[in-house]
Design a protein around this ligand. Structure first.
Ligand code: DAT
Ligand code: MG
Length: 167
């Protein structure tokens, strides 16, 4: 695989537990470049759009409450775009399996994740799982000017304050 980008989100439990520094340290072992990073509040609209492919799952309602902060009284998340060779698989290996109980204990999810009594996996970080998913997610979470390289084609916006929008 060549150079690719992947979206990482430190979810509300990661911020509440002050895990952002540790997540960044662990991900730095990949040698990948951070090409975008910000803290933002997750609106319900963004949450639904991000997880739209899971809307028929039994845990969907809890998942939306989780990512948009209702489970933790905290709707801040930290979003990062990592870029480099095999970025998607390198980040997912350090993240660990989706189910924290099955995740390697040395992975982020294995070390800090848990299963809630509702059955939801509270697993600290999101990481894109394919190049198509990464592109959709990065375009959803970031504007072109927030990323330091020309990652995907963009054009000048009608609104001059926005400067550029994804094509
Ligand atoms: P991943 O985040 O590893 O890409 P996913 O995209 O399939 O996993 O699911 C998104 C999130 O939904 C996941 O991080 C935690 C939650 N989740 C997934 N499968 C679940 C399940 N079977 N039970 C409870 N929560 C689940
Ligand atoms: Mg996924």
């Amino acid at each position: 695989m060549g150079q690719e980008a992947t979206l990482v989100i430190v979810k509300p439990d990661g911020l509440i537990k002050s895990l952002t520094g540790d997540v960044l340290s662990r991900l730095s072992k990949t040698g990948l470049k951070i090409i975008g990073a910000k803290v933002l509040e997750v609106t319900p609209e963004l949450a639904h759009e991000h997880y739209r492919h899971l809307k028929d799952k039994p845990f969907y309602g809890e998942l939306i409450k989780y990512i948009s902060g209702f489970l933790h009284g905290e709707n801040r998340v930290m979003a990062m775009v990592y870029y480099g060779k095999d970025a998607i698989s390198k980040v997912r290996e350090i993240a660990g399996s989706t189910n924290p109980e099955e995740a390697e204990p040395v992975s982020i999810r294995g070390a800090y994740g848990r299963i809630l009594t509702t059955g939801l996996y509270e697993n600290v970080i999101h990481a894109s799982s394919s190049t198509q998913e990464a592109e959709r997610e990065i375009k959803l979470w970031f504007e072109p000017r927030e990323i330091v390289i020309e990652l995907y084609p963009a054009k000048d916006a009608v609104n001059p304050q926005t400067k550029k929008v994804w094509l």
